[in-house]
Design a protein around this ligand. Structure first.
Ligand code: XIL
Length: 297
């Protein structure tokens, strides 16, 4: 196959990118994105600050721009994200306790109703753990330790057809506290019947040429809990070809690793642009890392 999406599809997987609505008028960007990828994540446009700028008043304009652009080209869309300590609208940042708990539930219901039946997956909860595997303190965590399972139960009821994911960064190294914390939560959810279908490893790699310790073990261990695994926000310092090839191969080796998403198209589109972490250079040319990924798919 000659594109990332087509190559991934040969094994039933997808290859995606983050898309920014503000760049959809850039034809170099849309040409590459429409050609290479078969899954799209809105980089910011489906986050709580974007979708519910005022309490009870939802706004889907920029999210729908991305959704429409993608689906008109036959690309699928992952939803990102419903409950997160960051990028909350101002009104939500100032809430706590039972009113925040209710606002979270209302937010999930409002956003999921709009996209009901339309998305491949939702990152229901994003980044809820500390590096040591304990829960990250936030206004959401302050509503009670059960906030994550309430979010997932609410999400399942709101749209039973969409896959529900937990998403986080620094959960790639199996010997890391945060990885174990997330693993234990998912194991607990599975044992108690809390609805969860997938775990997203953001895969923001920072330096070096080898993969985080026991990365394959992490993927297979999560999968063995009965959830799908996806690499959801991949970018790699200086686009190390060995790390890109390695993370792709690691996903290919695990049947339940269902797809890979890079966090942007060209280096200049990246939130880490100074690190040149993506597969296309600022002019839209394929980098060496592109070839190493394509060859590993
Ligand atoms: C980032 C976006 O790329 C930036 O444009 C924005 O300013 C901040 O958020 N983890 C996530 C993503 O789950 O939503 C973040 O995206 C990167 C880290």
């Amino acid at each position: 196959a000659s594109t990332l999406g087509a190559a991934a599809a040969q094994s039933g997987r997808y290859f995606g990118t983050a898309i920014a609505a503000s760049r959809l008028g850039d034809s170099t960007y849309t040409t590459i994105a429409g050609r290479e990828f078969n899954m799209v994540t809105a980089e910011n446009e489906m986050k709580p600050d974007a979708t519910e700028p005022n309490r009870g008043q939802f706004s889907f304009n920029s999210g729908d721009q991305i959704y429409n652009w993608a689906t008109q080209r036959g690309l699928k869309v992952r939803g990102h994200t419903l409950a997160w300590h960051s990028q909350q609208p101002g009104w939500m940042q100032s809430l706590n306790g039972s009113s925040l708990r209710q606002a979270m539930i209302d937010h999930i219901n409002g956003v999921m109703a709009h996209y009901k039946g339309k998305l491949a997956a939702w990152d229901v909860v994003n980044e809820a753990f500390n590096e040591d595997g304990s829960r990250r303190s936030s206004n959401l965590q302050g509503t009670g330790n059960d906030w994550i399972e309430v979010a997932f139960r609410t999400a399942r009821a709101a749209d039973p057809s969409v896959k529900l994911c937990y998403n986080d960064y620094n959960i790639e190294n199996w010997s890391y506290g945060k990885t174990q914390g997330v693993y234990n939560m998912i194991r607990d959810f599975k044992s108690r019947g809390v609805p969860i279908d997938c775990v997203g490893l953001q895969t923001h790699f920072t330096g070096g040429s080898s993969l985080p310790g026991n990365f394959p073990t992490t993927l297979s261990s999560f999968a063995a809990l009965g959830v799908d695994v996806a690499l959801t926000e991949v970018d790699v310092t200086s686009a190390s070809t060995s790390q890109y090839a390695g993370l792709t191969q690691a996903c290919m080796n695990v049947p339940r690793c269902i797809g890979i998403t890079v966090w942007g198209v060209r280096d200049s589109d990246s939130w880490r642009s100074s690190e040149s972490p993506l597969l296309f250079d600022n002019s839209g040319n394929k980098k060496a890392a592109y070839t190493s990924v394509l060859n590993a798919l």
